[in-house]
Ligand binder design. Structure first.
Ligand code: ZN
Length: 201
């Protein structure tokens, strides 16, 4: 997917998310609405959960594909700006519907970019499965990002960064922004993400 196509997708998701959100809003509300927007797009439920991954797992996000639905799991102990990148990254996995089958434990994992530690990732995943009362058999796809970035991972990471840049102004706080203005860098990013219909993200 080209960068332009990614921006159009973010814009389309933003149009849907905006239907049930008054911006600026609380970070989790914004992220949930974008997951709802992706649910509408894909015709299947994309749930959002927050979870404190063990530090040694080196993982900040997972996308569990359960067939009829997906669960995006995001590290809760990090800044909302970073969570936006994670949500965007995992939303792209949910959109692509592709994951790598990693070592018998299917799951899409976003690591911190360091060498992943499969055992720690596996433990974290098992905790999530236990917590949500899921069996590992229920999970069809889980991919793990490793140091050999493949095309899907590059797409997911690019999308995550574009997503965070576009959606950050929706969040209450120092980056919050109402009407678009080209007077700021933030505003120029927003303007560059306007869809052809002129709808603001
Ligand atoms: Zn990934």
């Amino acid at each position: 997917m080209s960068t332009k196509e990614m921006k159009l997708l973010i814009s389309a998701l933003g149009e849907e998310a905006a239907k049930e959100l008054q911006r600026p809003a609380e970070p989790r509300d914004v992220m949930r609405q974008f997951c709802r927007a992706m649910s509408v797009r894909k015709g299947r439920l994309i749930e959002l959960k927050f979870y404190s991954f063990p530090p040694d797992a080196g993982v900040s996000g997972l996308c569990l594909d359960l067939g009829d639905r997906s669960i995006i799991v995001v590290e809760e102990a990090t800044a909302s700006e970073a969570q936006l990148v994670i949500v965007g990254h995992e939303l792209k996995h949910a959109d692509m519907g592709t994951g790598h089958h990693a070592a018998g434990m299917p799951a899409a994992a976003r690591t911190h970019g360091t060498l992943q530690q499969p055992e720690a990732v596996r433990r974290a995943l098992q905790q999530i499965l236990d917590e949500y009362d899921l069996t590992s058999e229920a999970v069809l796809t889980v991919s793990a990002r490793d140091h050999c970035a493949d095309e899907h991972e590059i797409d997911a990471e690019t999308f995550g960064l574009l997503f965070a840049a576009a959606v950050r102004p929706w969040i209450r706080g120092r980056y919050a922004q109402g009407p678009v203005s080209d007077a700021t860098v933030e505003g120029r990013i927003n303007l560059s993400l306007l869809s052809r219909g002129g709808t603001l993200l």
